[in-house]
Structures are given as structure tokens and as C-alpha cells.
Design a protein. Structure first.
Length: 196
């Protein structure tokens, strides 16, 4: 868990993320968060307005990181393969930088209120379109085979997001090594088969 925090709200958000990731959003109370903060529950409201405010902060801050990362990849002139490798590396780095927040982002967003869910889905769709743009680049270069870009994107995201279930910082592979292996695997399926 990070030991440095910009302010008290950041500390509350991080503690809450740890609890949400372990117990689930619904099963975590403000009292639970306050106990882990060693403060009165009422004092939390000096820094945040509600439990959903914390969830909103986690989900949308993480979404912004993903959007900025995919926009950066697509703004740089690389070929499709290099873009995909960079996108996978960035995605895995964001997930592994803060596993608790990543797990909450992936699992608990459905507990946002209806308005925030719609905004969240729009950001998710924008990110998916960024990946589809990378796939189209590879197709246009005649390097990637023609694929259903929506289906391929969902498969790519399933592959990279699954690491929150098994990655350990003290494990055998670094995030960079995992990114390379996943990229190699994905590119094997995407590369256009060359005629003999």
C-alpha cells in the first residue's frame, strides 16, 4: 500500500480502495473505512461527501489514466504492432501501479449511480475505440488480418485485465515481462498469414 499521500482525501480513497477490493463495495461501510483510518466516521465527511464519492473518484481517476494512455499511443506515429505493444504495456502498468484501485475499477463500477454509470461507459467505449483504431492501423498496413475489431478488442482487454486476479509484485515476472508475453501472444493471432 502506498505510504505517501498528497492529502487526507487521497489517504481515505486508498484505504477505501483496499477495503472495496477485499470485501466489495456493498459490504464496506463508512464505519469500516473510518476504523481503518483511526478516525470517527463523522470526520470522514469533512473530506468526502459519500461512499459513492470515493467510488466515483477511483473509477474516474483510473479511467482518465487509461484514456490519456491510449490517446498518447494513437498520437504517436508508430506502426500498428508497435502501437499495440505500447498500449498493452501502458494498460498493464496502470493496473499494476495500484492493484486495489484497479480491482475496484474493473469490478465495482456497477455500483455507481445511473448518471455516473453512463458517463463511465462512455469513457470505456472511448478507450475501446482507441484500441480498435490501433487494430485498424495494422489492418491498413496489411500486417494484421481483417478481424472483427470489436470482438478482438474485447479479447485483448480480457487478456490484460485478467492479470489483476493473479499478478503479485513479488512474482516471477515484472509488469514489462508480462506485457511482452501478452503482446507476443496477441500479435500471433493478429498477424496476417503470409502465403508460401
Amino acid at each position: 500500500m502506498p505510504t505517501r499521500f498528497t492529502n487526507r482525501k487521497d489517504q481515505i480513497v486508498q484505504i477505501a480502495a483496499e477495503l472495496f477490493s477485499k470485501k466489495g463495495y456493498s459490504a464496506t461501510s463508512m464505519r469500516d473505512i473510518a476504523e481503518h483510518m483511526k478516525m470517527e466516521a463523522a470526520s470522514l465527511y469533512n473530506h468526502i461527501s459519500s461512499k459513492e464519492d470515493i467510488l466515483h473518484t477511483i473509477c474516474f481517476t483510473t479511467a482518465d489514466r487509461f484514456i490519456n494512455a491510449i490517446d498518447e499511443v494513437n498520437d504517436i506515429y508508430f506502426n500498428g504492432e508497435e502501437k499495440l505493444r505500447m498500449a498493452v504495456k501502458n494498460h498493464i502498468q496502470i493496473l499494476t501501479d495500484n492493484m486495489a484501485e484497479a480491482q475496484v475499477f474493473l469490478r465495482e463500477w456497477r455500483h455507481l449511480n445511473e448518471e455516473n454509470i453512463q458517463a463511465f461507459i462512455q469513457l470505456r467505449d472511448r478507450y475501446e475505440k482507441g484500441i480498435q483504431s490501433i487494430l485498424q492501423t495494422g489492418i491498413d498496413e496489411n500486417v494484421f488480418q481483417e478481424v472483427d475489431k470489436k470482438f478482438a478488442t474485447l479479447n485483448i482487454l480480457s487478456s490484460v485485465n485478467w492479470i489483476v486476479e493473479w499478478y503479485r509484485p513479488d512474482g516471477n515476472m515484472s509488469p514489462e515481462e508480462i506485457a511482452d508475453k501478452i503482446s507476443d501472444f496477441l500479435l500471433t493471432g493478429l498477424h496476417k498469414k503470409q502465403p508460401f
